[in-house]
Design a protein around this ligand. Sequence first.
Ligand code: KIV
Ligand code: ZN
Length: 509
Amino acid sequence: MTDRLIIFDTTLRDGEQAPGIALSPEDKLAIATQLARLRVDVIEAGFAASSPGDFEAVRRIANEVRGPVIASLARTHPDDIDAAAEALKGAERARIHVFMSTSPIHMEQMLRMTPEEVLRSIEEGVRRARRYTDDVEFSPQDATRSDPDFVIEACRLAVEAGATTINIPDTVGYALPDDFVALMERVYAEVRGDNEDVIVSTHCHNDLGLAVANSLSAIKAGARQIEGAINGIGERAGNTSTEEIIMAVKTRQDYFEVEIGADTTQIFETSRLVSRLTGYPIQYNKAVVGRNAFAHESGIHQHGVLRARETYEIMDPESIGHRSMIVLGKHSGRAAFGDALSKMGIVLEDEDFERAFRRFKELADRKGEIGEEGLRAIVAEETTTHADVAELVSIHVEGGSDETPTATVTIRRNGEETSWVAEGDGMVNAAFVALQDAFDLPARLVDYRVSPLTSGADAMAEVNVVIQVGAETYAGRGVSTDVVEGSARAFVAAFNRVLATRAGALEEG
Ligand code: KIV
Ligand code: ZN
């Protein structure tokens, strides 16, 4: 049994399936490059056959990212396997990840296939994938609601057809640690057996908040690959969180006794990059990467940590790339700004640097001091890999609690400035209505969150929004010392994302 635990990251495939996330191929390349710095073993770059955008992202990552194995998901259908192989052609090491449902409900209701047909298609799909690469993974989808005997039969067949990794997905997050371990033990004994070429893997969803616990429990049952997504993003309640697995295994080496190759000092940066590009905020108390993960509020705790960090911290913040406090003020110049960004691992090209610096000066003038979270938020807002169609020049809102608020927004588009005026049932709503007119996109606001980045009456706030246009949702974020302005910036970012997605679809189509 190998004592190496393979970290398989699916942020770009399963993670990206979370509602409201629409990463462009450039965004995906940026995340994959950072995942390679984090030194995960496998990057699942997408599902090549699912859309031209996914195909292009897998192709670019396969061509440009070195280090990890690059994988593409594929159904057992020949077209899917061929598309995955084609997209992965440029990879240093390529993996095709073939999946097929094995639960009665999926086979009967979704696939409308008999168990015999399912088995035949698994065998054909895995054999076809093996024609392209000797690194083939097979997943029996919805394994934890399948008949365990049928899961074993399907996985054995996949191994006979050439699969080298057998991944057991808890697709709907239904398993409890004990039943998951029981299933994993059977897979290990009856599918892997003495065959050292077969790696047993887990892929857990978080519907009952057990994804990380279930995945970790599988290590003792012989699993040597865990699949996860950064910040735990993914379908519904998300996937196993990659960074929590890495830190649990590192912190509790005494218990797990498996090695991992990840560079933990890249965790913080990877987490923030994923949050920035997906528009998904990180829960304050999120394990490992939440902003409170290393904050101590009670006097007793603070006192203890000042005496000896280990009194209340089981991980060193620096081991995940959390540096000591960086604070810049309104007198900080370009050099100090650049130096702070480089300490935070952020490198900006000339134009992005100038935009971020201008915005920093604007906010520092109003706010005084800006710390690391604030700097990250500014960079997040000002550097976008989507070609922005429109830019917010200004927003003014008149009225308030007694009078119906009226917002005037000015937008710059193709060098031209135009203003729109609209009323709303609140100041933020008035801005939203005016911006819908400005972009000529009827939208619904489905999520709206304001998070303070600094404290005090003049706190800088980050606003995260998700808007719905037609059937699709789009995320945006904005930063300001003024909540209405921050909201307008977030709306503009989301509307720009709608236009960029539509322009991308036209090019592809
Ligand atoms: O959750 C799941 O079952 C999956 C498979 C495709 C591996 O994501
Ligand atoms: Zn999944």
